[in-house]
Ligand binder design. Sequence first.
Ligand SMILES: Cc1cc2nc3c(=O)[nH]c(=O)nc-3n(C[C@H](O)[C@H](O)[C@H](O)COP(=O)(O)OP(=O)(O)OC[C@H]3O[C@@H](n4cnc5c(N)ncnc54)[C@H](O)[C@@H]3O)c2cc1C
Length: 313
Amino acid sequence: VSPSADDAVRAAAEVLGPRGVFDLPLGSRTTYRVGGSARLGFELSEPDDDLLAAEAVAAARHLPVITVGRGSNLIVPDAGFPGLALLVGTAGPWGRIEIDGEGLVRAGAGTLLPVLARRTAAAGRSGLEWAVGVPGSVGGAVRMNAGGHGSDISGSICEATVTDLSTGVRAVRPAFELELGYRRSALTSTDLVVAAAFATGSGAPAASAAAIEEIVRWRRENQPGGQNAGSVFVNPEGDSAGRLVDAAGCRGLRLGTAEVSPKHANFIQADPGGRADEVIALIREVRRRVLDHSGVDLHPEVKLAGASWDDLG
Ligand SMILES: Cc1cc2nc3c(=O)[nH]c(=O)nc-3n(C[C@H](O)[C@H](O)[C@H](O)COP(=O)(O)OP(=O)(O)OC[C@H]3O[C@@H](n4cnc5c(N)ncnc54)[C@H](O)[C@@H]3O)c2cc1C
């Protein structure tokens, strides 16, 4: 950590007070369960903690900041994250779900998607059943436009409440402003999703419950368990990333403690106690081999804390 980065972290810590934690383990909070610590961590649990976080960012010039939900689409390098990590959990409003008479479902950013799917289904609202298969939070899912089983966030989101950490302004942004596309949105690392609202239809709880159980069964049969972040690469137009990885001979490829899943070629597994840098190196190696083999440059869906894949070259 350079002296100026450390000054920035100290300035932010002063704003956060005792709730700002130095050297907070971060990798262990991801589904890869490997990787280092955040120089400073802050758990958002109270109603205006997003605004407090923005104040901390404003107090510290050039402080790298990252928001972490469930960590199910994130790799933290072994060297850690040099700035402020904002951790969105399920405490207080962050994990609250409210359903109004018209079927509008409001959920705090920390709400787990499987909980959202089951809760809305049980309340007789349909349309979010697919979310039971995605082990992330609402905030991470909005940022990623997560989806599966023929649906995604863009299919039902009406609006998101977003705090711009660089200005401290919290605003309700209508869905079109989020520019949701295939596993992408217009949100950047300084946009913190606080909550989102979804339109649902009226449904029969038993039918929704059956759909949910079918998705859970399908996932269990078709996806590996263990330490991973789901699909590593987004599917290129008209093709499947898993098929290309397989065709390049990478299924089962191992680099130290990281392995391309023998069960699903677009999943990379970390061994217990493994190294994040080996997961990162394996992703880059698979990308290189697929480019050599088929001429297709696969783009990682998984986010890298503190860097972009293109920075790595
Ligand atoms: C077994 C498995 C299966 C999966 N299957 C699918 C699937 O079928 N479809 C799919 O789309 N994804 C899938 N994923 C990936 C992942 O679950 C989704 O991308 C999920 O939406 C990420 O949410 P998260 O809270 O874990 O985000 P994180 O991993 O914590 O973060 C991901 C990105 O979102 C940002 N972010 C997180 N929270 C916020 C917030 N509140 N405000 C602003 N930005 C935020 C982070 O900074 C980061 O850039 C799977 C993952 C696993 C482990």
